[in-house]
Write a protein that binds this ligand. Structure first.
Ligand code: HEM
Length: 472
């Protein structure tokens, strides 16, 4: 079953006919187009691209002499993210915006430093560790629902609630129960940081170096000071506890970071690397998952037939009890809805890369220095990759049908060696949080026609998303 989405929530007409891909557009640098692009992109990056990007395998542009390619052909994406990954490191734009917060942690590091950190942190995300985090995940959702009930909440600001919820999950799983931070203050600091650095400013657009004190960068400073101070304090306390009484330390991601050693040379992480990675896990893991939850609940609020199928599955599998890690695997339809929500609204909508050496994509020569945009937002709505791409249809991901999807046509978590390390964590978390919430409540958007996806670094609903909550 499928239905056409609310047109107001999309930047294009979702009923337009699907056209066959026209030939590739030639490279044509035009200054006035670039200026227009900047102003449109600053308002909302999603609306800055022409309709061509949803139909062509590659769209080539140039900005001040630098070629900029928007690549959507799955085989070309595979070449960039996997087969020739060494030639396409992360682009400087996103790195510059993220580095002040996450330093040289796993998300932003490159080369040997990245390889070493990935090897060293991978054991923290093994299946059995993630399963052990399930009770903390459902407990966070259960606590939130109890707080709503005791406050008599009828209407909520969904993005804000989901940000606190996913921050709470990370606080419980990264720092354990003993060293929890002030979720409200820390969540607000991250929100401020993403709000300020997420906006495209002229400095970022013109690639000015990190030391240039632009307004956005100055505004982000208090938030940066706050979370570096707090997380530095927690890391120091935990290191002292591990030295004094290692057995008493909680079995959480922070202990894993502090005790992890390189499987090859036995080297541990220093304090700076531990702090950078703790902030990375929170920064990369809380807003993305919060957005996935918001868009899933928005779609369920729009499509009653999908909401009813989820409710039926939750009743059948859970029969009123809280979900466990094993249930996350049994809630097949709930997971399909989440996957379809991340297709239509990928929480990380744009991945930036830069070609180091000459290469070839779709038979076209790539020059060194070419900026490459691989966009889950564009790829997931591409007319040549999806039947009726703007339709909401969770059954695309039904067992037996999802195998037909090209591995590089659905990339909410990226792909290749730099695929999201938190993917299994996030999928289990999102299914458990959705199941806990949807078991007890139905969510109804207050003004669905006004909801508009807005891309900064992540994909949020512009101006929030008010939801009425009704008991089931
Ligand atoms: C729905 C939730 C999430 C989404 C959609 C998501 C998406 C992504 C994407 C697309 C990338 C690749 C970026 C690139 O290639 O440029 C990535 C990387 C990363 N993510 Fe996630 N993420 C999510 C949740 C999480 C969570 C929960 C954590 C940690 C607890 C996390 C930690 C990271 C880290 C550390 C990286 C960098 C990995 C590397 O470069 O080796 N993410 N994520």
């Amino acid at each position: 079953m499928s239905e056409v989405l609310n047109a107001a929530a999309l930047p294009r007409d979702p009923r337009r006919p699907i056209a066959p891909a026209p030939p590739l557009e030639p490279e044509r640098p035009r200054i006035r187009d670039i200026a227009a692009f900047f102003f449109r992109a600053r308002r909302n990056l999603l609306t800055a691209f022409s309709d061509l990007v949803y139909r062509q395998p590659i769209v080539r542009r140039a900005f001040m002499g630098t070629p900029v390619w928007i690549v959507s052909d799955p085989e070309a994406v595979k070449r960039i993210l996997l087969d020739n990954v060494a030639n396409y490191p992360k682009g400087v734009q996103q790195q510059r915006r993220l580095r002040p917060a996450v330093g040289d942690g796993l998300l932003t590091a490159g080369g040997e430093s990245w390889r070493w950190q990935r090897r060293t942190t991978a054991p923290a995300f093994q299946h059995k560790k993630i399963v052990a985090f399930a009770p903390a995940m459902t407990a966070a959702a259960d606590d939130m629902l109890k707080a709503w009930a005791s406050a008599g909440a009828r209407e909520i600001d969904l993005p804000r609630e989901m940000m606190f919820l996913t921050y709470d999950v990370l606080s419980r799983t990264v720092f354990g129960a003993d060293a929890r931070t002030d979720a409200q203050k820390m969540g607000a600091a991250f929100e401020r940081y993403f709000d300020t650095i997420g906006k495209l400013d002229l400095a970022a657009f013109l690639n000015l170096p990190e030391w240039v004190p632009t307004l956005g960068r100055l505004r982000a400073r208090p938030a940066l000071r706050y979370f570096h101070g707090e997380i530095g304090r927690i890391v120091a306390e935990r290191r002292a506890l591990l030295a004094r009484a290692a057995a008493a330390a909680p079995d959480d991601l922070l202990t894993m970071l502090l005790t992890a050693t390189d499987p090859e040379d036995g080297r541990p992480m220093d304090d700076r690397q531990v702090i950078d990675n703790a902030i990375t896990f929170i920064g990369a893991g809380h807003e993305t998952t919060a957005n996935a939850l918001c868009w899933t609940l928005y779609l369920l609020s729009e499509f009653d037939w999908a909401d009813a199928r989820v409710a039926e599955e939750l009743d059948r599998v859970l029969n009123g009890r809280l979900p466990t890690a094993e249930d996350a695997g049994r809630l097949v339809y709930t997971r399909q809805v989440l996957e379809e929500a991340m297709r239509l609204y990928p929480p990380a909508p744009f991945l930036g890369r830069e070609a180091i050496e000459a290469d070839e994509l779709c038979g076209l020569p790539v020059k060194p220095g070419t900026q490459i945009l691989v966009s889950p937002w564009i790829i997931h709505r591409h007319a040549s990759l999806w039947d009726e791409p703007d339709l909401f249809d969770p059954d695309r991901f039904a067992p037996g049908r999802r195998e037909a999807i090209h591995r590089f046509a659905y990339i909410p978590f990226g792909a290749g060696p730099r695929i999201c390390i938190g993917m299994a964590f996030a999928m289990q978390e999102a299914v458990l949080l959705l199941a806990t919430m949807l078991q007890r409540h139905r969510f109804k958007a207050v003004a669905p026609e006004a909801i508009e996806p807005h891309a900064t670094i992540t994909l949020r609903p512009r101006g929030g998303m008010k939801m009425r909550i009704e008991p089931r």
